[in-house]
Structures are given as C-alpha cells and as structure tokens.
Design a protein around this ligand. Sequence first.
Ligand code: OAD
Length: 246
Amino acid sequence: MALLLTRAQRVVVLTGAGVSAESGTPTFRDAMTGLWASFDPQQLATPEAFERDPELVTRWYDHRRIGCLECLPNPGHLALARIEQEITSRGGSFTLLTQNVDRLHQRAGSQNVVELHGSIIVWRCTKTGELITPQPEPMQSFPPRSSCGALLRPDVVWFGEMLPEAALIAADRALADADLFFTIGTSSVVQPAANFIFVAKRNGATTCEINPTDTAVTRWIDLVGRGKSGELLPQVVERAFGPEKA
Ligand code: OAD
C-alpha cells in the first residue's frame, strides 16, 4: 500500500463509521450504548420517525451530535489528512468520500471532503432549508425550531432519502479517473457508496481495503489491510512518506 501511495496521482478514499470507531463514536451497526441502547438507529434515522415524533428523533440526534463534538480525531483521521497533503503537494489529486456525519475528517485537517450522508454538526430548517451550526453544547428545548418557527432537523441523509446531488457528482468525477482507491472502515452494505469500488476498478484504479474484518466487497479488492485504521494507516503513511515533519 505504501508503494502504491508513493506512485499514485489521483487518489480516492471512501470512509465509513469504522474510521471513527477509535475516536469513541460507535459504528452504525453497533448497538448504541446507555440511554439509547433500546432504540434501533435504523428506526430513528428516517423522515417517518421525525414526522411521528420530532422530539424523540431530535433528542437522539442531539445526543449523538454532542458525542461527536466530544470525540477527537484519531491517528487514522490524521494519517488521511497527511496523505492528502503529500499527494496534492506533488501535484496529484485527493478526494475523501465519507459516509460519516461527525466532521472528524475536517477536524483532522482533511480539505477535500465529500459528505455523502451530510453532517450531524449542522442542522437545517425544514421550511427554508437554511443551515445553522448549533452551539457546541446540548440543545435546551426539543424539538428545536429555527428563527422562522419551523422545525429544525439534522442535515444528515435519512434512510429512504436521496444523497446530496453535489456529493454524488463530486464522487463520480473523482472516481472517473482515480488510479488508486481505498475503502476504509465501512461494511460496504449501503448504496451507492458500496458500489464505488466497482466504478473505480472499471476505471482502472488499484483498490485497497482497510478493515479488521472481511466486508461485502473484500473479495474484489486488490490489496487488503486486515486491521484497525487508526493503527494501519499511520504505518502505511510512515512507510510511504517518512516520519511526520516537525
Ligand atoms: P457500519 O457500522 O456498517 O460498518 C463499520 C465498519 O467499520 C465495519 O466493516 C467494521 O468491521 C469496521 N470497523 C470497525 N472498527 C474499525 C476500525 N477501528 N478501523 C477500521 N474499520 C473498523 O458503518 P458504515 O459502513 O459506515 O448511512 O455504514 C454505512 C452507512 O450505513 C452509514 O453511513 C449509515 C448507515 O445506513 C446513513 O445513515 C444514510
């Protein structure tokens, strides 16, 4: 993987919840802990659930939002930011396609981040579409409302909703001429992200996967790194680019 990174010119990385696991945020398919353990995320992350009980859904999302704000980027996030810096400083292109909504990639320094499933850090007015970033503390009243009085919702993609068109266009554009594709910390069960590896392969990219376990796409991957992204990525980066410059 390190050798591939030293030679690649157009790198695309797809990440999922596994990249944030070592920062302490539960992966999507892990049970939520504590207060929310009795709720199935896939039942709460839907427009129907929001319609039925906006207070419950916004309390759950605000609980997760605060959890994300309390987490720190881990060495895997930082390694991805370093890869982008090394590739772009030598004139290459780097695109980070993430299914994560926690903005830890951006806090680690990643620049070209495409949020396929939106962000839990930003909320939007259900009437005007206006985006707001709530204060980094628990909301005081539920369900929260925007200045016009309409309900606020997290700016995330819920089950059954379309992904942001701009994100899909950016992903297609990056995958069209990628020469190296990484899928990291995702079970690769949710479309359209799960299909990106096949688009990259069809376009001639070498494909790599970093995950402690096999996923739905492992058998099509050229190079598999079996392990945690927070451990493997820093090793790959060190071998490819040398120690972090002070
Ligand atoms: P999942 O919870 O489905 O998968 C997490 C993946 O991370 C699994 O393959 C784990 O093996 C792997 N993993 C766990 N710890 C890891 C670590 N330390 N390093 C690397 N990998 C690790 O989460 P996602 O694949 O991100 O969509 O789920 C994709 C989408 O499904 C989510 O974005 C969400 C959900 O539907 C929406 O909410 C629209």
